[in-house]
Design a protein around this ligand. Sequence first.
Ligand SMILES: Nc1ncnc2c1ncn2[C@@H]1O[C@H](COP(=O)(O)OP(=O)(O)OP(=O)(O)O)[C@@H](O)[C@H]1O
Length: 252
Amino acid sequence: MIEFIHVDKTYANGTAALRDINLRIEQGEFVAVIGLSGAGKSTLIRCINRMHEITGGTLMVDDVDVAKLKGREIRRFRRRIGMIFQSFNLVTRTTVLKNVLVSFVPELPYWRKWTGIYTREQKIKALEALDKVGILDKSFVRVDQLSGGQQQRVALARTLAQSPDIILADEPIASLDPVTARVVMDDFKNINKAMSISVIMNIHHVDMALEYADRIIGISQGEVVFDGEASKVTPEILQHIYGGQWEGEKHD
Ligand SMILES: Nc1ncnc2c1ncn2[C@@H]1O[C@H](COP(=O)(O)OP(=O)(O)OP(=O)(O)O)[C@@H](O)[C@H]1O
C-alpha cells in the first residue's frame, strides 16, 4: 500500500509542485495520473521511490516511512519498486538479455559485478521476464536493432526480473506510435493483473488512461482535483482536471 498523508513538495527554487496530497493506493491497483503539463504528475510519481524528496507530510509504502530511509536502506527499498521511463534507459549496444540481467547487479557479490557472471537462476529469471512481455525470441539481439515498442518491453522485462511490488511508469508510451503504445499498455495490464503488481503511471494519452487504468488521479497545479474509477470519468471531469482546456483527445 502507498499512502500520501498531507504531502507537500516544494523545489529548491520555490516551486510548489505538490500541495497537501492525500492518497491511498492499495496493492495491485492500476492507477493513471493525468493532468496538464507542469501539474505535478512526474513529481508525484518520483516521490514514491525517493527520486525526489518530499518537503512536508508523510509518505508510506507499506510499513516504510520513505523520508526516513538512509543509504543502503534506500537502495534496498528501491529494489521493490520498478521504474519505467519514456526514454527506455537501456544500453543499446548490447543484447536484450544482458540489459535484463543488469537488474541483478545490485545483488551480485563484489567479484561477480566485475566479471559479469550471473547465476543460472538469474539467467532463467531474466528469460522468464522476457517471455512474459513476449520478446523471448529477441534475447540475443542487440537492443539498437529493436523498435521503440520492443525496447520499452525490454525495459519492462528488466523491471519484472527484479520482482517488484510496484511499477512506476513516467510517460512510458509518449514516444511510441498508437499501435505499439497499445501493445505496451497491454503488457502493463497483463503484468498488473497476473502478478498483482501495482502500476502507477503518469500518462498524457487520456483515452489510453481511461481504457487501461482502474483508477484515475487528476492533478492540477500540484493538487489532486479528481480521484475515482476510470469508468466514472466524464468530459466535465476532464474539463475540471485540465482547467477548462480539455478539447478531446488529439491523435497525431
Ligand atoms: N527539478 C526541479 N526544480 C524546480 N522545479 C521543478 C523541478 N522539476 C519540476 N519542477 C516544476 O514543478 C512543477 C511540476 O513539474 P512536474 O514535472 O512534476 O509536472 P508534470 O505534470 O509531470 O509535467 P509534464 O507532463 O510536462 O511532465 C512544474 O512547475 C515544474 O516546472
